[in-house]
Ligand binder design. Structure first.
Ligand code: FES
Length: 88
């Protein structure tokens, strides 16, 4: 059976871009092949988390879960965890 891809939404809004998110759109190039095959990466204009002052940009959503202060390293670590748990 086809495994469901992990949905990644990268915020490309101005605030996230300025506050560290500029590298995020190149995420796919930085993922090892075993992760690359399992993700579906989309960019999206402001996904509204920057309106929540308790959370720090830049933001990325992974399967609907918000990652704050996202960086390629943090996203990658999160993906490694998700795929490690995926024993099905
Ligand atoms: S600019 Fe990224 S959540 Fe608003």
């Amino acid at each position: 059976m086809e495994t469901k891809k992990i949905q990644i939404v990268i915020c490309t809004g101005t605030l996230c871009h300025v506050l560290g998110g500029a590298e995020l759109p190149s995420l796919e190039q930085h993922l090892p092949n075993h992760l690359k095959n399992q993700v579906d990466i989309k960019g999206s204009p402001c996904i509204n988390h920057c309106k929540n002052t308790d959370m720090r940009p830049p933001f990325v959503e992974i399967n609907g879960e918000v990652i704050e202060q996202a960086s390629i390293t943090r996203i990658r670590e999160h993906l490694e965890k998700l795929t490690a748990n995926d024993s099905k």
